[in-house]
Structures are given as structure tokens and as C-alpha cells.
Design a protein around this ligand. Structure first.
Ligand SMILES: [Zn+2]
Length: 64
């Protein structure tokens, strides 16, 4: 008797950090791509609070 079906249920469902709905495997730990993007955008906007670096030794790859 094999019970391979239970292998996929090892990971418990985690509520989406954005809306609290059960998360999906594709967008873990979020319930949907929308919530994933919401959290990502918030995280990125928070990262922009950091002061700009003063090093100019990074050339712009778009130039030339
Ligand atoms: Zn969600």
C-alpha cells in the first residue's frame, strides 16, 4: 500500500501575509501573485528609504 498523496501535505498551509487567505504552492507563502507583488512593492519602497550610495564607479550598462 503506497500513500504518496500524503507526501504533498507535509507542508502545512500558511495564511497569506497580505490578506490571510490560505497560501498557494505556486505563490507561497502568498495566496496569489497579486498579494506577492503587493508585498514585494512594499518591501522595495521601504528599501528606497536607504540613502543613495556615493560611489560612482558603477558604469551604466545602457550607455555606449
Ligand atoms: Zn493574499
Amino acid at each position: 500500500m503506497m500513500s504518496e498523496d500524503k507526501v504533498t501535505q507535509l507542508r502545512p498551509k500558511v495564511p497569506c501575509p497580505e490578506c490571510g487567505q490560505p497560501s498557494e504552492q505556486d505563490t507561497f507563502p502568498f495566496c496569489s501573485r497579486r498579494c506577492k507583488n503587493l508585498d514585494l512593492n512594499r518591501w522595495l519602497s521601504g528599501a528606497y528609504v536607504l540613502p543613495p550610495a556615493e560611489d560612482d564607479e558603477k558604469p551604466n550598462p545602457d550607455q555606449h
